[in-house]
Design a protein around this ligand. Structure first.
Ligand SMILES: [Mn+2]
Length: 353
């Protein structure tokens, strides 16, 4: 099936947008005239279908030139080539109006820890990001970058392995406001981490620029399963978090059909991702409107966590706190009614009342 067939098929089942790697769209290493024709064909089908180009990214992992890394390859010319390949595709992203440019450092890592000084690698990663931001500013493009963390695969140990590592790294960049995150369900789950907690912190820090939705079992290879097909309770909480947040970026599915699927199955897969997201969003609204849930949240003191604990420091507030009497036995004895609250989550997912 051609790219045009895929886009028409996605438009038919109600998809709003598509994303692309440079090499998906334009043949790697082809003459500029051929690449231009391929890009124009893509633009034409977007125009015809009304499908939006929501995000662009560079393939810096497939070609063997990147086997030791792209922005962090030990070979300086590979690093320069990786940045050149990215700059060229940023021009394409701007031409297509993609507001977000994702960077997944699939090859940025090691098998042998002796093979790279991690501090040098992070410095080169920062240098690349600073340069890309400088280019976007120079060209006056309306583009922000989103880093996609992943703990391993295809490398043994990847640089910027988790949401937390990536957010801390962004603080070291020259243009931290231009760089946020594209966290992916499968990647955090591979590391055994809670994707919900990671996304919640990214939102809290104003760094959720994009999101890759799929599904995954802990401790496996990168499965990229249909959204909602595995961790249904985690997915419910994630959708509720996104729907109740100010995140207004794409709900982007970076997933693939089961490997034994055939032609028509890819459309079952694509419909399933969207269907489950929308169903969970409806269930999240029901959950939040249920008076029993409001009572259970109150019994668990959930609203109380939104109240300030001590306020700003002053000598007076410190003196008041130091002189306060606490009934520690009573505080220790109370319950938090989490079982009842959590059962309401399960009841809502199961659709029982
Ligand atoms: Mn992804």
């Amino acid at each position: 099936m051609s790219n045009a067939d895929f886009i028409r098929g996605l438009a038919d089942i109600g998809a709003w947008g598509v994303s692309f790697h440079d090499d998906d769209l334009m043949t790697f290493g082809a003459p500029e005239s051929q690449r231009r024709a391929e890009l124009d064909a893509f633009k034409k089908v977007l125009d015809e279908t009304g499908v939006v180009c929501s995000m662009a990214t560079t393939n810096l992992f497939w070609h063997p030139v990147f086997k030791d890394g792209a922005f962090t390859s030990n070979d300086r010319n590979v690093r320069r080539y990786a940045i050149q390949k990215t700059l060229r595709n940023i021009d394409v992203a701007a031409e297509l109006g993609a507001p977000t440019y994702v960077l997944w450092g699939g090859r940025e890592g090691v098998e042998s820890a002796a093979s790279k000084n991690p501090a040098d690698a992070l410095s080169r990663y920062k240098e690349a990001l600073d340069f890309l931001c400088g280019y976007v500013n120079d060209k006056k493009y309306e583009i922000r970058f989103a880093l996609e963390p992943k703990p391993n695969e295809p490398r043994g140990d990847t640089f910027l392995p988790t949401i937390g590592h990536a957010m801390a790294f962004i603080n070291e960049l020259e243009f931290p406001d231009m760089v946020g995150l594209n966290p992916e369900v499968a990647h955090e789950t591979m590391a055994g981490l809670s994707f919900f907690q990671g996304v919640a912190q990214a939102l809290w820090q104003g760094k959720l620029y994009h999101i890759d939705l799929n599904d995954q079992k802990i401790g496996r290879f990168d499965q990229d399963l249909r959204f909602g097909s595995e961790g249904i309770k985690d997915d419910f909480m994630l959708v509720r978090l996104l729907e109740n947040s100010d995140y207004n970026g794409p709900k982007h599915f970076d997933a693939r059909p089961y490997r034994n699927e055939w032609g028509n199955g890819i459309w079952d897969f694509a419909r399933g991702c969207m269907r489950t997201y929308l169903a969970l969003a409806a269930k999240a609204r029901e959950f939040d409107q249920d008076p029993r849930v409001k009572e259970a949240l109150s019994a668990a003191s959930v609203p109380e966590l939104a109240e300030s604990t001590v306020g700003s420091y002053s000598t007076a507030t410190a003196d008041r706190l130091l002189n306060e009497q606490f009934d520690v036995a009573a505080l220790a004895a109370r319950g938090y009614a989490n079982e009842a609250l959590d059962q309401l989550v399960i009841d809502r997912i199961l659709g029982i009342s």
